[in-house]
Ligand binder design. Structure first.
Ligand code: CU
Length: 307
């Protein structure tokens, strides 16, 4: 996973980085001029033995105009470039089109829903070189959705959705994080944006909305434990199940790279999570279930069949 805020990978972040670089150069030039003049004055006008006090300058209109006009000009340049960049980077606050996906912050995971019913957690797929309009929401507290290489930050404020363009220049998995302190597991509210060629993206999107295959063998035993443990009160297992979700959709969970936003999705980690989510992500909103080792094994087999 790439986690490099200094390597922009989208036109929007290129624009933001360009603004930053420009201002850095401007600030460096101003610094050199000011520091140079201070240095020059220190040497040229230093106190000399026997010299008289220098004559103070009062009420010089020329100097006052200069030290008003020059900063005004600098600030105007900064303002114009900032507004131009914002106009390019920002999605409209009230877009006249439906979003391509809805991203919802939960304590402490990210849900992504697509119009065809596909739902995923902490792993957001986008096509390469096509910007998607993402609507950013929250169901509990204020979170902040941030993929440093792909898009600006956007607060996820309950009841007040925001919009961003989500785009990537090249295929890859780009790291993201919640950027607004939101409680105990804030630091673990990680996610990945997976950018892939258009054909792969649309295949992924179609597949995620399909119903899972009927489980057989150990996996079928897992569905029984799943019902018995009421996992389904919080988790959907198919795209047809659209109840308001307390937990991530587990439909096609076996196709995902990560668990809990950070842990590689392997059999061992999946079993560890099912057995004791609290020991992995203390305080998260999934209570430790009371399972036998056989129950953990059956559930793991079941969830691994959800591909
Ligand atoms: Cu958060």
């Amino acid at each position: 996973m790439i986690w490099d805020a200094f390597r922009p990978q989208s036109p929007q972040v290129h624009a933001i980085a360009g603004l930053f670089d420009g201002f850095l150069i401007l600030a460096a030039v101003i610094f050199l001029i000011v520091a140079g003049l201070v240095g020059f004055s220190l040497v040229r006008y230093r106190a000399r033995a026997g010299a008289a006090d220098p004559r103070p300058t009062f009420g010089s209109r020329r100097i006052e105009i200069a030290w008003t006009a020059v900063p005004l000009l600098v600030v105007t340049v900064i303002f114009v470039f900032t507004v131009r960049t914002m106009a390019f980077v920002d999605a409209p606050r009230e877009p006249g089109q439906p979003p391509d996906l809805v991203i919802t912050g939960h304590q402490w995971w990210w849900e992504a829903r697509y119009p065809n019913g596909a739902a995923t957690a902490n792993e957001i797929h986008i096509p390469v070189s096509r910007r998607l309009l993402a609507r950013i929401e929250s169901v509990d507290v204020i979170h902040d959705f941030w993929t440093p290489q792909l898009a600006r930050k956007m607060d996820a404020v309950p009841g007040r959705p925001g919009y961003i363009w989500l785009e990537a220049d090249a295929p890859g998995a780009f790291a993201g994080a919640c950027a607004e302190f939101c409680g105990k597991q804030h630091a673990w509210m990680r996610f990945q944006v997976v950018a892939e060629p258009e054909a792969e993206f649309s295949a992924w999107l179609r597949h995620q909305a399909e119903l899972p295959a009927e489980p057989t063998g150990a996996a079928a035993e897992g569905t029984r434990v799943f019902r018995e443990q009421k996992c389904g009160d919080c988790h959907a297992v198919s795209a047809a199940d659209v109840r308001a979700a307390k937990g991530p959709s587990l439909a096609h969970i076996a196709t995902r790279n990560l668990l809990g936003g950070e842990l590689p999705n392997t059999s061992v980690n999946l079993a560890r999570w099912i057995a004791s989510p609290q020991s992995i992500k203390p305080g998260n909103l999934m209570p430790d279930p009371n399972l036998t080792p056989a129950g953990v094994q059956a559930l793991t087999a079941y969830l691994e069949s959800l591909r």
